[in-house]
Design a protein around this ligand. Structure first.
Ligand SMILES: NC(=O)C1=CN([C@@H]2O[C@H](COP(=O)(O)OP(=O)(O)OC[C@H]3O[C@@H](n4cnc5c(N)ncnc54)[C@H](OP(=O)(O)O)[C@@H]3O)[C@@H](O)[C@H]2O)[C@@H](O)CC1
Ligand SMILES: Nc1ncnc2c1ncn2[C@@H]1O[C@H](COP(=O)(O)OP(=O)(O)O)[C@@H](O)[C@H]1O
Ligand SMILES: [K+]
Length: 464
């Protein structure tokens, strides 16, 4: 599992190490990792041209020590000191001693890479005018030190100007901005340098293949279909029968013992999945995908069964109070905006804050769909999904996801984990199917069993 810690957590953990290692040792470790990552990124060191943008704090110090290391190995390194007199003194001395050059903004020349050491975890969002001016002058790939300067480290928000990096080399642990959009998109690839920090439990995490594999329900040797769980679908409507079909395909991915369908699209559902049966006892309901005018009644009927409920799309419009059963709410940004009565743009610029707020307000797990889907539990953890491809942004993919997550709930996963595992699997299936090309929602659903099989047999080797 990848964990992202807040600035406060990182500082507390660093303080413990700083108290027991010699002065500067931690920064040397960070800068050593940064220099190696830069060498890998450049593909060569001798003769490579490197431009450091150095801010007033320790982030600039990291850049200077890494620059010194590259200069000693024959790189031509220039540094613009944006912090003036307050530049990290020992870092600057080491840099000069290694042959690094200090240049004024007007002297900036072509470079192979820009190293963003403007500001790290001590920064406030935004970039100052001088930094923006230098960034505007150069046209080269950017490697960010710890975080792309200017993003909000703890929330992943980007309220002001910020660096957009091709690679971010971070230290000790990930921070929320490395996982959560929109800041995550400004990080490029993320490389973590271990600092040996002893860190507490993180509130922002991303499941990886081994955890997803361990969480996946699988039949015991003596299983029968009822012990594996039965999921019920009250989805689709006369207007949107296709949503019922896609939900049914997602639920029929083989992770549950039986799928029931109750609604107006029975004929269409049976035409694609004849194994699906009608009304009866279930361990979880899926409600609302393409539900149209039928969603309100479907929701009330599902609640009456007192089993966990996944509430999607039109079902969410009828939710004005916390659901009376354990629930997973699966809005996209527009639906979450309506639930919270805020503009959609607010959700898109601050997805973490709004997913958490909705989870608290509705007392339920909230899965906010997007490039980096978030699954928030009330007052608790947020799971960030890192699998998937932009080709997944296609009509009906959310219906498939709802059916899949509902099946996982029926199989016994608590709502927040059903959301985290389901979004991981759906994203992984999409990547396997079409990392570089188009896919449809029905193809996605049909790809899921194969992805699950490969995850169970060879978790280290998928394209996820
Ligand atoms: N602790 C350790 O041993 C280790 C620390 N490590 C490294 O240290 C980093 C944290 O260093 P830090 O705490 O010195 O803060 P840092 O991020 O450099 O920024 C603060 C400075 O920036 C300024 N400033 C603020 N906002 C700004 C803005 N928008 N635009 C421009 N400037 C802005 C602010 O000054 P101001 O002008 O506001 O007075 C202040 O001087 C961390 O990310 C990691 O890289 C690693 O080496 C591992 C070991
Ligand atoms: N840019 C993107 N990159 C990766 N996945 C995305 C992106 N945009 C959307 N998705 C995913 O695609 C699915 C779309 O769901 P949704 O918006 O509910 O579609 P629909 O309502 O048409 O079924 C979600 O799983 C979402 O996380
Ligand atoms: K930085």
């Amino acid at each position: 599992m990848r964990e992202a810690h807040t600035v406060e957590q990182v500082r507390a953990a660093e303080d413990v190490v700083l108290a027991r290692v010699p002065d500067g040792a931690l920064m040397q470790r960070a800068a050593g990792g940064l220099a190696s990552a830069l060498a890998d990124f450049l593909g060569r060191v001798y003769g490579a041209r490197v431009l450091l943008l150095v801010g007033a704090g320790n982030n600039g110090g990291d850049a200077l020590y890494a620059g010194a290391s590259l200069a000693r190995r024959g790189a031509q390194v220039d540094a613009v000191l944006l912090g003036g007199e307050r530049t990290h003194a020992a870092g600057l001395a080491a840099y000069r001693a290694a042959g690094g050059q200090v240049v004024e903004p007007a002297q900036v020349r072509d470079t192979d890479v820009v190293v963003d050491g403007i500001v790290g975890i001590g920064g406030t969002p935004g970039l100052r005018a001088e930094a923006m001016a230098v960034l505007d002058m150069v046209d080269a790939p950017v490697v960010a030190v710890d975080v792309p300067s200017g993003v909000d480290v703890d929330t992943g928000e980007t309220p002001e100007a910020h660096v957009v990096a091709d690679l971010t080399v971070t230290f000790g642990t990930l921070k929320p901005c490395h996982l959560i959009d929109p800041a995550a998109q400004a990080c490029g690839a993320v490389h973590l340098v271990d600092l040996g920090l002893d860190l507490p439990r993180a509130d922002v995490v991303a499941l990886q293949a081994p955890e997803v594999r361990a969480l996946l329900p699988r039949p015991t040797p003596d299983a029968h279909k009822y012990t594996r769980g039965v999921v019920g679908l009250r989805v689709g409507s006369a207007t949107y029968p296709g949503a019922a079909v896609l939900s049914a395909l997602g639920a029929s991915s083989g992770l549950v013992g039986m799928v029931r369908y109750v609604g107006s699209a029975t004929d269409q559902v049976l035409a694609v999945a004849p194994e699906i049966v009608g009304a009866g006892r279930v361990q979880a309901w899926v409600v609302g995908s393409g539900g149209g005018d039928e969603a309100a009644e479907a929701l009330a009927d599902a609640f009456a069964d007192e089993v966990p409920v996944l509430i999607d799309a039109d079902g969410l419009r009828h939710l004005d109070a916390p659901p009376p059963v354990p629930a997973l709410l699966t809005p996209h940004a527009g639906e979450l905006a309506a639930m919270l009565d805020v503009p959609r743009d607010d959700v898109e610029t601050a997805p973490l804050r709004h997913a958490r707020e909705a989870a608290d307000r509705f007392g339920a797990a909230v899965l906010l769909k997007g490039r980096r889907t978030l699954v928030a539990e009330p007052g608790g953890r947020v799971y960030v999904n890192t699998t998937g491809t932009p080709w997944l942004a296609t009509a009906g993919a959310g219906d498939v996801l709802g059916g899949l997550c509902g099946a996982l709930m029926a199989a016994g996963l608590e709502p927040v984990l059903a959301g985290a595992v389901g979004s991981w699997v759906a994203g992984a299936a999409a990547s396997e199917l079409a990392a570089d090309g188009p896919l449809t929602a029905s193809q996605l659903a049909r790809a899921i069993p194969g992805t699950v099989r490969r995850l169970l047999t060879d978790p280290e080797d998928g394209p996820w």
